[in-house]
Design a protein around this ligand. Sequence first.
Ligand code: DX5
Ligand code: ZN
Length: 222
Amino acid sequence: MKKQISPSVMCVDFFKLKETIEEFEKLNIDYLHVDIMDGHFVGNYTLGTDFVKALKKETTIPLDIHLMVEKPESVLEWFEFGENDYVSVHLESTCHLQKVLSAIRAKGAKSMVAINPATPICMLETILEDIDAVLVMTVNPGFAGQKLVKSTLKKIADLRAYLDENGFENVEIEVDGNVSFENATLMSKAGGNIFVAGTSSMFSKDFSLEYGATKLRESVNV
Ligand code: DX5
Ligand code: ZN
Protein backbone atom coordinates (compact mmCIF):
# COMPACT_ATOMS: atom_id res chain seq x y z
CA MET A 1 0.00 0.00 0.00
CA LYS A 2 1.14 3.54 -0.75
CA LYS A 3 2.78 5.17 2.24
CA GLN A 4 1.07 8.51 2.91
CA ILE A 5 1.62 11.35 5.36
CA SER A 6 -1.02 13.37 7.19
CA PRO A 7 0.38 16.33 9.17
CA SER A 8 -1.53 17.06 12.37
CA VAL A 9 -2.93 20.57 11.93
CA MET A 10 -3.25 21.09 15.70
CA CYS A 11 0.58 21.22 15.70
CA VAL A 12 0.74 24.04 13.12
CA ASP A 13 1.72 27.60 14.14
CA PHE A 14 -1.79 29.08 13.69
CA PHE A 15 -0.29 32.50 12.96
CA LYS A 16 1.35 30.95 9.87
CA LEU A 17 -1.53 28.65 8.90
CA LYS A 18 -2.11 29.95 5.36
CA GLU A 19 1.56 29.78 4.33
CA THR A 20 1.87 26.36 5.99
CA ILE A 21 -1.07 24.99 3.96
CA GLU A 22 0.51 26.43 0.79
CA GLU A 23 3.76 24.67 1.65
CA PHE A 24 1.89 21.39 2.27
CA GLU A 25 0.44 21.71 -1.24
CA LYS A 26 3.92 22.21 -2.70
CA LEU A 27 5.09 19.16 -0.74
CA ASN A 28 2.22 17.05 -2.15
CA ILE A 29 1.01 16.14 1.32
CA ASP A 30 -1.59 13.36 1.16
CA TYR A 31 -4.02 14.42 3.95
CA LEU A 32 -4.46 17.10 6.59
CA HIS A 33 -5.07 15.49 9.98
CA VAL A 34 -7.67 17.56 11.85
CA ASP A 35 -8.06 16.70 15.53
CA ILE A 36 -11.50 17.49 16.97
CA MET A 37 -11.83 17.14 20.75
CA ASP A 38 -14.89 17.78 22.98
CA GLY A 39 -13.33 17.92 26.45
CA HIS A 40 -15.27 14.77 27.42
CA PHE A 41 -13.99 11.85 25.38
CA VAL A 42 -10.55 13.43 25.85
CA GLY A 43 -9.70 16.17 28.32
CA ASN A 44 -8.80 18.78 25.72
CA TYR A 45 -10.33 21.08 23.09
CA THR A 46 -8.67 21.77 19.75
CA LEU A 47 -10.15 22.59 16.34
CA GLY A 48 -13.83 22.98 15.46
CA THR A 49 -16.56 23.01 12.83
CA ASP A 50 -15.78 26.50 11.47
CA PHE A 51 -12.09 25.60 11.23
CA VAL A 52 -12.95 22.57 9.08
CA LYS A 53 -15.22 24.74 6.89
CA ALA A 54 -12.38 27.26 6.42
CA LEU A 55 -9.89 24.50 5.56
CA LYS A 56 -12.24 23.07 2.94
CA LYS A 57 -12.42 26.54 1.35
CA GLU A 58 -8.65 27.10 1.58
CA THR A 59 -7.23 23.89 0.14
CA THR A 60 -7.98 20.82 -1.97
CA ILE A 61 -5.76 18.57 0.16
CA PRO A 62 -8.12 15.84 1.45
CA LEU A 63 -8.96 16.08 5.14
CA ASP A 64 -8.40 13.31 7.69
CA ILE A 65 -10.83 14.38 10.42
CA HIS A 66 -10.18 12.64 13.75
CA LEU A 67 -13.27 12.89 15.96
CA MET A 68 -12.25 12.42 19.59
CA VAL A 69 -15.78 13.18 20.81
CA GLU A 70 -18.48 11.36 22.79
CA LYS A 71 -21.44 10.20 20.64
CA PRO A 72 -19.96 11.30 17.25
CA GLU A 73 -23.26 10.33 15.58
CA SER A 74 -24.83 13.41 17.19
CA VAL A 75 -22.26 15.89 15.77
CA LEU A 76 -21.36 14.41 12.38
CA GLU A 77 -23.82 16.66 10.53
CA TRP A 78 -22.08 19.76 11.89
CA PHE A 79 -18.94 19.04 9.84
CA GLU A 80 -18.26 19.73 6.19
CA PHE A 81 -16.55 16.84 4.44
CA GLY A 82 -16.97 14.71 1.31
CA GLU A 83 -15.30 12.58 -1.33
CA ASN A 84 -11.59 11.79 -0.72
CA ASP A 85 -11.84 12.90 2.92
CA TYR A 86 -11.39 10.42 5.78
CA VAL A 87 -13.46 10.77 8.94
CA SER A 88 -12.51 8.67 11.97
CA VAL A 89 -14.62 7.97 15.03
CA HIS A 90 -13.48 6.16 18.17
CA LEU A 91 -14.86 2.68 18.75
CA GLU A 92 -14.88 3.56 22.46
CA SER A 93 -16.98 6.72 21.96
CA THR A 94 -20.35 5.38 20.79
CA CYS A 95 -22.81 2.49 21.13
CA HIS A 96 -23.92 3.18 17.53
CA LEU A 97 -20.60 2.50 15.79
CA GLN A 98 -21.95 0.75 12.68
CA LYS A 99 -24.54 3.51 12.25
CA VAL A 100 -22.03 6.37 12.42
CA LEU A 101 -19.55 4.62 10.10
CA SER A 102 -22.37 4.16 7.56
CA ALA A 103 -23.35 7.83 7.97
CA ILE A 104 -19.78 8.90 7.10
CA ARG A 105 -19.92 6.88 3.89
CA ALA A 106 -23.43 8.18 3.13
CA LYS A 107 -21.93 11.70 3.08
CA GLY A 108 -19.45 10.51 0.44
CA ALA A 109 -16.35 10.27 2.64
CA LYS A 110 -14.19 7.29 3.60
CA SER A 111 -14.89 5.79 7.03
CA MET A 112 -12.18 5.09 9.61
CA VAL A 113 -12.52 3.56 13.05
CA ALA A 114 -10.03 4.72 15.70
CA ILE A 115 -8.93 2.45 18.56
CA ASN A 116 -7.11 3.48 21.73
CA PRO A 117 -4.01 1.59 22.86
CA ALA A 118 -5.97 -0.64 25.28
CA THR A 119 -8.70 -1.59 22.78
CA PRO A 120 -8.17 -5.07 21.31
CA ILE A 121 -8.30 -5.76 17.56
CA CYS A 122 -11.04 -8.39 18.00
CA MET A 123 -13.49 -5.54 18.77
CA LEU A 124 -13.37 -4.72 15.04
CA GLU A 125 -14.75 -8.10 13.97
CA THR A 126 -18.32 -7.01 13.22
CA ILE A 127 -17.58 -3.73 11.42
CA LEU A 128 -14.92 -4.76 8.92
CA GLU A 129 -17.37 -4.28 6.03
CA ASP A 130 -18.09 -0.72 7.20
CA ILE A 131 -14.54 0.69 7.24
CA ASP A 132 -11.99 1.91 4.72
CA ALA A 133 -9.27 2.29 7.38
CA VAL A 134 -8.37 1.71 11.02
CA LEU A 135 -6.67 4.45 13.05
CA VAL A 136 -4.35 2.81 15.58
CA MET A 137 -3.69 5.30 18.36
CA THR A 138 -0.04 4.84 19.31
CA VAL A 139 -0.47 7.21 22.27
CA ASN A 140 -3.48 7.78 24.51
CA PRO A 141 -5.43 10.51 22.69
CA GLY A 142 -5.89 14.11 23.74
CA PHE A 143 -2.56 15.91 23.50
CA ALA A 144 0.38 16.24 21.13
CA GLY A 145 3.90 15.50 22.37
CA GLN A 146 3.18 12.27 24.25
CA LYS A 147 5.33 9.12 24.23
CA LEU A 148 4.64 5.96 22.19
CA VAL A 149 2.76 3.14 23.92
CA LYS A 150 5.20 0.41 22.86
CA SER A 151 2.64 -2.43 22.75
CA THR A 152 0.92 -0.69 19.83
CA LEU A 153 3.76 -1.66 17.47
CA LYS A 154 2.82 -5.36 17.75
CA LYS A 155 -0.83 -4.32 17.55
CA ILE A 156 -0.23 -2.73 14.14
CA ALA A 157 1.39 -5.93 12.85
CA ASP A 158 -1.38 -8.11 14.31
CA LEU A 159 -4.02 -5.84 12.76
CA ARG A 160 -2.42 -5.97 9.30
CA ALA A 161 -2.31 -9.76 9.48
CA TYR A 162 -5.90 -9.92 10.78
CA LEU A 163 -7.21 -7.73 7.96
CA ASP A 164 -5.27 -9.60 5.26
CA GLU A 165 -6.30 -13.05 6.57
CA ASN A 166 -9.97 -12.02 6.51
CA GLY A 167 -10.00 -10.61 2.98
CA PHE A 168 -9.73 -6.91 3.93
CA GLU A 169 -6.38 -6.23 2.24
CA ASN A 170 -7.69 -2.86 1.02
CA VAL A 171 -8.43 -1.52 4.50
CA GLU A 172 -5.68 0.97 5.32
CA ILE A 173 -3.94 1.45 8.68
CA GLU A 174 -3.27 4.96 9.97
CA VAL A 175 -1.00 5.53 12.99
CA ASP A 176 -1.30 8.57 15.23
CA GLY A 177 0.89 9.70 18.12
CA ASN A 178 4.66 10.14 18.57
CA VAL A 179 5.29 9.23 14.94
CA SER A 180 8.97 10.15 15.16
CA PHE A 181 11.29 9.23 12.27
CA GLU A 182 12.53 6.22 14.22
CA ASN A 183 9.06 5.10 15.33
CA ALA A 184 7.68 5.68 11.83
CA THR A 185 10.09 3.12 10.39
CA LEU A 186 8.95 0.53 12.95
CA MET A 187 5.27 1.41 12.35
CA SER A 188 5.73 1.12 8.59
CA LYS A 189 7.48 -2.24 8.83
CA ALA A 190 4.62 -3.41 11.06
CA GLY A 191 2.07 -2.49 8.39
CA GLY A 192 1.02 1.11 8.92
CA ASN A 193 0.57 3.08 5.71
CA ILE A 194 -0.84 6.50 6.74
CA PHE A 195 1.34 8.43 9.19
CA VAL A 196 0.10 11.34 11.30
CA ALA A 197 3.03 13.74 11.49
CA GLY A 198 3.16 15.74 14.73
CA THR A 199 5.66 17.26 17.14
CA SER A 200 8.16 14.39 16.88
CA SER A 201 8.61 14.63 13.12
CA MET A 202 7.38 17.47 10.82
CA PHE A 203 6.70 20.03 13.56
CA SER A 204 10.00 19.81 15.35
CA LYS A 205 11.56 23.22 16.05
CA ASP A 206 14.92 21.97 14.77
CA PHE A 207 14.23 21.85 11.04
CA SER A 208 11.96 23.00 8.18
CA LEU A 209 8.66 21.43 7.17
CA GLU A 210 10.23 20.37 3.89
CA TYR A 211 13.09 18.59 5.68
CA GLY A 212 10.63 16.92 8.04
CA ALA A 213 8.38 15.72 5.23
CA THR A 214 11.33 14.40 3.22
CA LYS A 215 12.83 12.59 6.22
CA LEU A 216 9.47 11.13 7.24
CA ARG A 217 8.90 9.81 3.71
CA GLU A 218 12.39 8.24 3.79
CA SER A 219 11.62 6.75 7.21
CA VAL A 220 8.41 5.05 6.10
CA ASN A 221 9.41 3.89 2.63
CA VAL A 222 11.56 1.08 3.97
C1 DX5 B 1 -3.41 13.33 19.82
C2 DX5 B 1 -3.76 13.59 18.36
C3 DX5 B 1 -2.57 13.52 17.47
C4 DX5 B 1 -1.46 14.49 17.86
C5 DX5 B 1 -0.16 13.93 17.36
O1 DX5 B 1 -4.55 12.98 20.52
O2 DX5 B 1 -4.70 12.63 17.91
O3 DX5 B 1 -2.95 13.71 16.12
O4 DX5 B 1 -1.66 15.76 17.33
O5 DX5 B 1 0.84 14.64 17.97
P1 DX5 B 1 2.27 13.94 18.25
O6 DX5 B 1 2.73 13.41 16.92
O7 DX5 B 1 3.12 15.06 18.76
O8 DX5 B 1 2.02 12.86 19.24
ZN1 ZN C 1 -5.26 12.68 15.78
